[in-house]
Design a binder for this molecule. Structure first.
Ligand code: DLL
Length: 430
């Protein structure tokens, strides 16, 4: 089943011509952004120098840190009155990345989600429980409007109150649930402990964080669903960038809206299909915040073969990051954010170690922090106050509750070379 068969099965030659037209349009659109006018000038490229899709390699990359430096509206290419929605995502040093949408952007985004949903066989007969955060996080509203577009019955359940979530699945006859894979595991456990079988549920859409094939098997058997991987990032609208089809062998990325490159993260050179590297995306239809060669930081590869479902070239599931970003329960965290918070608190030093564990299928983050020498008193009462303060400040900055352990000044390892501040004890997730 197709939502937009013409686009989803567009022949290669036509696709290339369309991508090229849209790339030229995007290059005109970015001329409205001071950052790009300067960046292109510094790189010595004029939009006219781009005469083929291959010429994209002449253009400079855009990094998350560029977007953060442009906070809040430095990347806006349209007058502010044309912006109808703003989402944000957490940043590297406390400043969030701002993503603006025009009405047409929201339309494009809903179209992408609609394609994905129809691709996996969903229709207006389905009842969809959207169990992700509905705030500034793009997962909630992004899926919401896409699901409504194809006429599904949408339950904007958001996250939390797991028992109620289970009751809703049962009471409303929910057929499809969308959430992070870690929350899905939590739902499965809750359903089991409540003795609920969730018979109506048939499809699970899971994404926003990495998850393994083992986790897929477990979720499928415990929730009684067929599981689909969903990939996206706020800078490209949000979810909907790439999605698994019923073949479960890689994710279709929508080439009419996103121009995809895989590069060697060290050299920046393009890599051929079949070779793993960093995914770089140039969105082709984004109005409010057009981007050029955006470095996603995500490691994947272009797959070589076509797909039995008849759609275009796929990317493999995401297997890691080229930077130190951690994705914990769908929330993106950079160790530098932790450092930033600690530096703002006088009672602790700036040395820390992060441990990530999987406890009952949920990722938990424990942070060891050194007390500052000046304030190290060893009195338990004082420790408790400082610990509470650190937990609160981290929760404010990261949007995640962490366990904080205060340790003696000087007790954490010092590094001569590159600091290794994160110890991931979840084991090989693949
Ligand atoms: O996580 C958008 C989203 C919402 C995707 C709901 C899917 C479902 P951000 O918060 O900006 O946006 O985080 C984007 O999360 O660069 C990846 O590192 C990671 N990520 C997202 N989906 C997957 C996935 C949303 N399916 C960052 N597998 C991305 C692995 C994923 N990593």
């Amino acid at each position: 089943m197709f939502w937009n068969e013409a686009m989803e099965t567009i022949p290669a030659e036509e696709l290339e011509a369309l991508q090229f037209r849209r790339l030229k349009w995007t290059l005109r659109q970015v001329q409205e952004v001071g950052f790009y006018r300067n960046r292109l000038q510094d790189a010595g490229v004029r939009p006219d120098d781009i005469r083929s899709l291959e010429d994209i390699q002449k253009l400079p990359f855009t990094y998350k840190k560029d977007l953060q430096a442009g906070y809040p509206f430095g990347f806006l290419a349209v007058p502010k009155r044309e912006v109808v929605r703003i989402h944000t995502t957490s940043g590297t040093t406390g400043k969030p990345t701002v993503v603006c949408y025009t009405r047409q952007d929201l339309e494009n985004w809903a179209e992408l989600i609609a394609r994905n949903m129809v691709m996996i066989g969903l229709t207006s007969d389905d009842v969809f429980q959207n169990a992700v955060n509905y705030g500034l996080f793009t997962g909630g509203l992004g899926f919401h409007y896409g699901a409504e577009k194809i006429g599904m019955t949408v339950i904007p359940s958001a996250t939390g109150n797991t028992q109620r979530q289970i009751e809703m699945i049962e009471d409303f006859g929910v057929t499809v649930v969308h959430c992070t894979p870690s929350y899905a595991m939590h739902l499965a456990e809750a359903a089991e402990s409540m003795g609920k079988r969730l018979d109506t549920l048939k499809t699970g859409i899971f994404g926003a964080e990495p998850w393994s094939e083992n986790m897929r098997k477990e979720l499928e058997s415990r929730l009684g669903v067929t599981a689909f991987d969903s990939y996206g990032l706020s800078e490209m609208y949000g979810p909907g960038v790439a999605f698994e089809c019923p073949e479960h062998d890689g994710l279709h990325i929508w080439h009419d809206m996103y121009l995809v490159e895989i590069i060697d993260p060290k050299t920046g050179e393009q890599l051929p299909p079949g070779e793993r590297g960093e995914l770089v995306i140039t969105p082709l239809v984004k109005e409010a915040m057009p981007l050029v060669r955006y470095r996603t930081g995500d490691i994947t590869m272009l797959m070589e073969d076509g797909c039995a479902c008849g759609r275009g070239r796929k990317i493999a599931r995401i297997t890691g990051r080229s930077d130190d970003m951690l994705v914990i329960r769908g929330i993106n965290i950079f160790p530098s954010q932790i450092e930033h918070v600690l530096l703002s608190l006088p009672d602790v030093g700036e040395q820390f170690m992060v441990y990530i564990d999987r406890v009952k299928h949920l990722d938990e983050m424990t942070i060891e922090v050194e007390m500052s020498r000046a304030n190290f008193s060893g009195e338990l009462r004082d420790l408790a106050r400082v610990q509470k303060q650190v937990v609160g400040a981290l929760q404010n900055a990261l949007g995640l509750r962490t366990t904080v352990k205060l340790v003696e000044p000087g007790s954490l390892p010092r590094f001569e070379g590159k600091a290794r501040r994160v110890i991931d004890r979840r084991g090989e997730i693949w």
